[in-house]
Write a protein that binds this ligand. Structure first.
Ligand SMILES: Cc1cc2nc3c(=O)[nH]c(=O)nc-3n(C[C@H](O)[C@H](O)[C@H](O)COP(=O)(O)O)c2cc1C
Length: 260
């Protein structure tokens, strides 16, 4: 009995350590029962009010329109394209049943907002691991954060339901190596916070860049020859355009009930 339990635990650990983001898929579509099962597994994650909804995008026209907006081949090729949304609309309706005046009645609540984002993350990771257990792989895409307003209009998603991420899923069509992570002692601390050592952080960035270069990561997925460090430095650079986008996203989120 104990042995079986242990094996099961090892099985879950093996799954966690085996998982990679997969961006090239085979074309066999998981069937409806698989979809339902992975979403149900997502729902088994710890939760507060379950302020999330996942929309399975099956319409070829809608997919094509999303591809036009993103020019991301993964959106076009993934057998399954889920849109994960923060759903404070349903939570507000739920609260309406409980109390005439509640934390979501008027202005966005920072506490509910953080909890909603956190539980959507837990939901997503459970869904992703359940997919792995069934032999399917996945990748998260962050387009919806920038395209929230456009996707809401395109998909007739009501106010209060905020597109967060795409989760693309299907049988793996590639087998990449594990991608580096920060050293464990930079993440796990005992009793007090330990300030990160800048030299070790710099070393981590170098190692990350080297490992991803050895994989051919940027060439394969983005078609560029720069180092990963250069690529990320460019991605995070801050200018007037980014400032404008950020204030638009922030205002959009507030209008939809998220206090960010
Ligand atoms: C919040 C979030 C957003 C992400 N957005 C993207 C994305 O837009 N495009 C992409 O190719 N991968 C995206 N990823 C996947 C990461 O690039 C990937 O998890 C990371 O490089 C580590 O690789 P691994 O998952 O194979 O360990 C995202 C992951 C997270 C958690």
């Amino acid at each position: 009995m104990r042995d079986t339990g242990l094996k099961r635990k090892r099985g879950v650990l093996a799954l966690i350590f085996r998982r990679r983001s997969i961006r090239v898929f085979g074309d066999v579509k998981p069937n409806r029962r698989v979809l339902e099962l992975v979403v149900e597994a997502g729902q088994r994650a710890p939760c507060v009010y379950q302020s999330y909804t996942v929309i399975n995008i099956t319409s070829p026209q809608l997919r094509e329109r999303i591809y036009e907006l993103t020019e991301d081949n993964i959106v076009r090729n993934a057998p399954i394209l889920f849109l994960l949304c923060i759903d404070l609309r349903r939570t507000k309706l739920l609260f309406d049943l409980l109390s005439p005046r509640h934390v979501l009645s008027k202005s966005p609540s920072p506490i509910e907002s953080l909890e909603a984002i956190f539980e959507a993350g837990l939901f997503a990771e459970n869904l992703i691991l359940a997919s792995e257990a069934l032999g399917y792989s996945s990748v998260i895409l962050d387009w919806p954060i920038r395209l929230g307003k456009t996707l809401q209009a395109l998909m007739e998603i009501p106010a209060g339901v905020i597109p967060l991420f795409f989760i693309c899923m299907g049988p793996p069509g590639e087998s990449p190596p594990p991608r580096p992570r920060l050293p464990l002692d930079m993440v796990l601390m005992d009793n007090k916070y330990v300030e990160p050592d800048m030299r070790r952080l710099a070393k981590y960035l170098d190692e990350l860049s080297e490992k991803l270069a050895a994989e051919g990561y940027l060439l394969k997925y983005v078609g560029v020859r720069s180092t990963y460090k250069e690529y990320i430095a460019d991605k995070i650079s801050y200018d007037k355009e980014v400032e404008k986008l950020e204030s638009e996203v922030s205002e959009y989120l507030r209008r939809n009930g998220l206090a960010i």
